[in-house]
Design a binder for this molecule. Structure first.
Ligand SMILES: Cc1ncc(COP(=O)(O)O)c(C=O)c1O
Length: 373
């Protein structure tokens, strides 16, 4: 199926009760049980179904299936923001005393999470000196639990060599986590290039309308937790917070999302509301068309700035794409984001450039959620 079709149809069959064609908004917290036995079976994970919206909801489940299909993954879990997605994706593979290795070019709040917040909780983040796979490889040790990067860095615009980075991670028996927010699954599917876990802020290109925060974690289902159980006992040994459940035994390839839901969404509680899920589904219906236009607009702005002698430099993924398109990334496209360096004193009163002392601007197409971070 083409992404345009997936974005409209995937993950939803006409509602069997009402025959509603559009995805219904199940704005409910709780669900009725057929009997006490049915309730017990649901809570003991012996029956499929919904128990409580903090854990799962039918409207949100459609969004989860839809984004999983767009990313080419096995399963997905939605959360209340992209930031919560990054946080839970990393927490789900780490424990006290462990580390992850990250490229240095990150969205600012993710950098803050990694540099200041996670270390306070006993998880160190080692920043590689560059986004080159060999720089990442140097920092991996027996306590490392994941390699992390943004497929296209925000705001640096660097494009990571996902295939090589995945190879480095897998050579060390650890998963590769990729934040795909800037590229979006329309331009790039990191799972095709070896990523095990993909996170997206739904707030940005996917939702597109700038009304609704949301995040999603997609699991490829490809990482073998059992084979690497010495690093990941939380997947392969009984979870005493959940009746001694062994995630890999109960869920097989879907263990990662199952644990993330049972442990982090259930107890951490960063839940996406069903109404937000509906609004994000509305946005996603047009994501392929919008991204096409973002790319067109982004290139025009980058070329315009590039041609202006007053602009000292323009950093636009499309201008450095030749090396990486050989790997087939982004189908030769590079998204709608560019960064420009303006010399001091240049009038920066354009609405795209913040007033005052800023000489460095990140300008993105016309996505209302993307202006000025
Ligand atoms: C690359 C990237 N990851 C994560 C986030 C966080 O997303 P949210 O604002 O939905 O929390 C952002 C936000 O701009 C981002 O650009």
């Amino acid at each position: 199926m083409k992404p345009e079709t997936i974005a409209i149809h995937s993950g939803y069959e006409v509602d069997p009760t009402t025959k509603a064609v559009a995805v219904p908004i199940y704005q409910t917290v709780a669900y009725a049980f057929d009997s006490a036995e049915h309730a017990a079976a649901l809570f003991n994970l012996e029956a499929e179904g919904f128990r409580y919206t903090r854990i799962q909801n039918p409207t949100t489940a459609v969004l989860e299936r839809r984004v999983a299909a767009l990313e080419g993954g096995l399963e997905a879990m939605c959360v209340s923001s992209g930031q919560a997605a990054v946080n839970y994706a990393v927490l789900n593979v780490t424990e006290l005393g462990c580390n992850i290795v990250s490229v240095p070019q990150l969205y600012g709040t993710t950098h803050t999470l990694f540099a200041h917040v996670l270390p306070g909780q006993g998880v160190t983040v080692r920043f590689a000196e560059s986004d080159r796979p060999e720089a990442v490889a140097k920092l991996i040790d027996e306590k490392t639990r994941a390699v992390f990067c943004e497929s296209v860095g925000n705001p640096a615009g660097n494009i990571c060599d996902l295939d090589e980075m995945a190879r480095v991670a897998h050579d060390h028996g650890i998963p590769f986590i990729v934040d795909n927010t800037v590229a979006s699954p329309i331009l790039l599917q990191p799972i095709e290039h070896g990523a095990d876990i993909v996170v997206n802020s739904l707030t940005k290109f996917l939702g597109g309308h700038g009304t609704t925060l949301g995040g999603v974690i997609v699991d490829s289902g490809n990482f073998n937790w059992k084979q690497n159980s010495s690093r990941f006992p939380t997947f392969t040994e009984p979870d005493h917070s959940y009746h001694g459940l062994v995630y890999t035994d109960h869920y097989g390839r879907a263990a990662y999302i199952a644990r993330c839901r049972s442990v982090y969404l259930r107890t951490g509680g960063a839940v996406l509301s069903p109404l937000s899920a509906f609004l994000l589904l509305q946005g996603i219906e047009t994501v392929a068309l919008r991204v096409e236009r973002h790319v067109e607009n982004g290139r025009k702005v980058a070329e315009f700035l590039h041609a202006d002698p007053r602009v000292e430099w323009v950093k636009y993924a499309g201008f450095q794409i030749s090396r990486r398109t050989q790997a087939g990334y982004a189908a030769g496209e590079s998204g709608g984001r560019e960064v420009a360096g303006l010399p001091s004193g240049l009038d920066n009163s354009s609405p795209n450039v913040s007033r005052g002392t800023t000489q460095r601007g990140s300008i993105a197409g016309n996505d209302p959620a993307q202006h000025w971070h």
